[in-house]
Design a protein around this ligand. Structure first.
Ligand code: CA
Ligand code: CA
Length: 464
């Protein structure tokens, strides 16, 4: 009976009267997640050849963080910590095997909170949590899952069937790609008028492997011109046990699964002469994503929501393409954890600014609450970045905490990266003097005071 009454009331009363106080004035949020995007975008210069005019255009309308990091270097824990606002060491979600609701059953995700406390409609599509299904249905009013089709790109001629080379051009139109179908859905939502403020999340599954995108994106990067990342042949020699293990094995910390079943990725890539091809393919896949980010931005510009929408674009962790002779993610170095993070929108965000302060994805939840005027929520591990969005040069001495597996942590400050593994093994890098992290300073006693200071920031609570 109560439900019938409520339904009748809903029909009689304009939606705005049913929203929490102030909700009708709140900005919308267009939330763009990009899977496995490191800092290889034009304006960040992570790779000198990267062509991303649309992500650069977005950065021109807001603040882009040059030292933005994930809190865990793989999909599931990175996304769970962003959406729950809880660090991996406080949730126990470390790898792709743990489920958020098993570990932190009562958590209120960003989407749930915006919907309940903020009066938002929350919609998502594509890949937001790990997996392209509506993982955690409680988080969404609606979830879009386009149909997938199996597509395999063209491999180099003569490459043995067992060679690890999940990359190559596709002979299909963009419209057949999963991500494009999902962007089309998000565009259709942007074209509508909405009677509540909206949180619209569009999750790209690229540039995650496999790097299969239409030929035209490969044509943007001629193979013979490709520049490889800077590497040092002896780089691993000064790593402690766990650092070396993560560099070699590429395994998921939530289980014994070894992702690289073919031996070392780097050996495989170099043995078959695929290094340049792989770099080309990652760049091509990033440009594919960028093209369709551009369509989203155009659709927003052409819509009635253009003046009242915050745009957030983020990658979920970094990616190695041979640095430390390592590939993929699954480790605690700068390259494994560095991401693209751009926030743009209404007047509370500066325009065309780079911010050099270290920040991370855990800060997004409280930042969006502050920017939308939704009351802050107790118990979040992040801190609002709104002050940096107003003044990107202001002081910010809060370090970033990153975690890969139980009691393996990295601390990033403006100057240093300190890594400490569960067995006490350590790495210390001078981020200013040695941005490639080639020289591990941890064994030298003159750095003991620096290490002691950085150790203070390590999480003291570590959930198994
Ligand atoms: Ca990922
Ligand atoms: Ca080294």
């Amino acid at each position: 009976m109560q439900r019938i009454l409520l339904t009748v009331l809903n029909l009689l009363i304009p939606v705005s009267f049913l929203l929490p106080v102030g909700a009708e004035d709140r900005p919308n949020i267009l939330f763009i997640a990009v899977d496995d995007l490191n800092d290889w975008v034009g304006h960040l210069g992570g790779h000198p050849q990267s062509k991303t005019p649309n992500i650069d255009r977005l950065a021109g309308r807001g603040v882009s963080f040059t030292k933005a990091y994930c809190n865990a270097p793989l999909c599931n824990p990175s996304r769970v910590s962003l959406f729950s606002g809880i660090l991996p060491s406080h949730s126990g979600v470390y790898g792709n095997g743990e489920r958020m609701r098993d570990k932190i059953p009562d958590t209120v995700t960003l989407m749930q909170y915006l919907r309940g406390e903020g009066g938002y409609s929350v919609q998502g599509g594509g890949k937001l949590f790990h997996g392209a299904n509506p993982y955690d249905p409680d988080s969404w009013d609606h979830y879009n899952t386009p149909r997938r089709s199996r597509q395999r790109g063209k491999r180099d001629e003569g490459l043995p069937e067992d060679a690890w080379a999940p990359w190559g051009p596709l002979d299909v139109e963009d419209s057949e790609m999963f991500d494009v179908k999902n962007v089309n859905w998000a565009i259709s939502e942007l074209k509508k008028s909405h009677d509540k403020p909206f949180f619209l999340a569009c999750g790209f599954t690229k540039p995650h492997l496999p790097w299969y995108v239409p030929q035209k994106y490969f044509d943007m990067y001629p193979l013979e011109d490709i520049v490889l990342p800077e590497t040092l042949e002896t780089d691993r020699d000064d790593l402690p046990h766990w650092g070396r293990k993560f560099a070699i094995e590429v395994h998921d910390v939530s289980g014994p699964r070894n992702v690289a079943t073919h031996g070392e990725d780097h050996d495989m890539v170099t043995k078959h002469g695929q290094w340049h091809r792989a770099v080309q393919s990652y760049l091509a896949t990033i440009s594919f994503v960028d093209t369709h980010v551009g369509r989203l931005l155009d659709a927003l510009d052409d819509s009635a929501h253009s003046d009242n929408t915050i745009v957030v674009l983020w990658g979920d962790h970094g990616w190695h393409l041979g640095e430390k002779q390592h590939w993929r993610k699954h480790a605690l170095w700068d390259v494994t954890t560095r991401i693209t993070l751009v926030m743009a929108g209404p007047e509370s965000i500066q325009k065309n600014q780079l911010c050099d302060r270290p920040v991370s994805l855990i800060d997004i939840y409280p930042t969006l609450l502050e920017l939308t005027g939704v009351p802050q929520r107790e118990g979040l591990d992040g801190q609002s970045l709104a002050p940096l969005l107003k003044n990107p040069k202001r002081l910010w001495d809060r370090p970033v905490i990153m975690t890969y597996g139980y009691k393996n942590h990295a601390v990033q400050t403006d100057r240093w990266r300190y890594i400490r593994y569960n067995d006490g093994g350590e790495e210390l890098y001078d981020s200013k003097a040695d941005p490639n992290e080639w020289e591990n300073l941890a064994p030298f006693s003159k750095y003991d005071p620096v290490k002691a200071e950085l150790r203070e920031f390590l999480p003291t609570r570590n959930i198994k």
